[in-house]
Design a binder for this molecule. Sequence first.
Ligand code: BES
Ligand code: MN
Length: 460
Amino acid sequence: MADLERVLASVDANLDASLQRLFALVRIPSISTDSAFAAECRRAGQWLADDLAGLGFAAQLNETPGHPIVTARSDFGASKRVMFYGHYDVQPVDPLDLWNTPPFEPALVTGADGKTRIVGRGTADDKGQVMTFVEACRAYLAVTGTLPVDVTFLLEGEEESGSINTPGFVAANRETLAADVALVCDTNMWDAETPAITVSLRGLVHDEIVVKCANRDLHSGYYGGAARNPLHVLSKIIADVHDETGRVTIPGFYDDVRETPDEVKAQWEGLGLTPEKFLGPIGLAVPSGEQGRSIMELTSARPTFEVNGMWGGYVGEGAKTVIPSIATAKISCRLVADQDPAHVREAVRAFIRTRIPVDCSVEFRGGEGNRAVAVNHDSPDLARAATALTEEWGKASVTIGGGGSIPIVGHFKKQLGQDTLLVGFSLDDDRIHSPNEKYDLTCFHKGIRSWVRILAALAG
Ligand code: BES
Ligand code: MN
């Protein structure tokens, strides 16, 4: 048998052990946004560093001002080196009461459709996906004692909280991270049968808007009618952000947004994604964004403005007749193409400032944000990966746009000169960031097998 076939057979024979290792990693509640879980984040990083060291990689846990970063390197003197990036941190689990099984007690659940799913926080985003690559390396090493290409790992613990410290780490470790191409496993398949390579990611800019009116909360009878209500002010501004066609009205918001080329639109149309297919499973029917654009365009090629949370005044049980003095909203914008996060943030802030009435003030508490990413479509490595995926899944792999963000990816080109290949095996219904997150067992198994084939294909 050829090496490749023997390695694939080893993946199949050891699937249960691979699954047990993923379970061990999922059991560590590495929630990066919540400082109460900092020790757990470290523990997840250490678990991965230990696992990779056990495979013979020169692995270490690197300190940052935030959660530690795992790096690991093989040194077989191969003619090519890849850098694999993933994240070991996970999203918070609230609301906890909506989980059918405890989030950090991973389990296999077989549904009425006969499909077996791995359930638990991080199974799909991103621990299960990271482990598809680790297990592929493990199988190669076990069978052949070597790897077809040398591998450098970069596994961070702050992706879900904006990768604040990771760009600095990448810039300061250019030599350790040097490679011919970056591989990332943190994106989706097209559907459960069709593998995909993601060729764009959206950028992101967050802001928090605080509107203040009176200098204290007021009795709504005594002052009502005379005193301005900041919740009204803020909600009116938010309502003005979109016009009746779903377009964002903020001047300058669409600067640097490019129209999707017709041939890309045609390819997307060929994929046949309808509003019914996309929105039906989440209980919706009609797209709410800019009219006249396809789901694929709306969710990957157009920028958005969203309110993520909005509060003020009394939200406890029963009624309280109050005019609050403060209203707050957390907003975020997904960015595309050449949009500059700072320019968009300033455009948003200017739009809001001009609408703040007399006697009111506004403050902003925002971060820096990150740009959208466009991957080189024509690279030979992308073609090699596409062929390997097609062989594994028995169905042609497609190229898609990703609606989410992976903040560090833009820095791979800028800091390390690396093109990135985004190959993931997650599905639309994996409920990432939601209760009952899952990863299909088939995605995990064939994901490992896919990486085996991609590693072989990249070696040429
Ligand atoms: N894996 C996702 C990003 C993703 C999801 C890409 C779906 C393509 C398709 C990633 O872990 C994520 O959720 N990122 C955050 C980043 C943010 C917190 C800075 C996001 O997109 O909200
Ligand atoms: Mn992720």
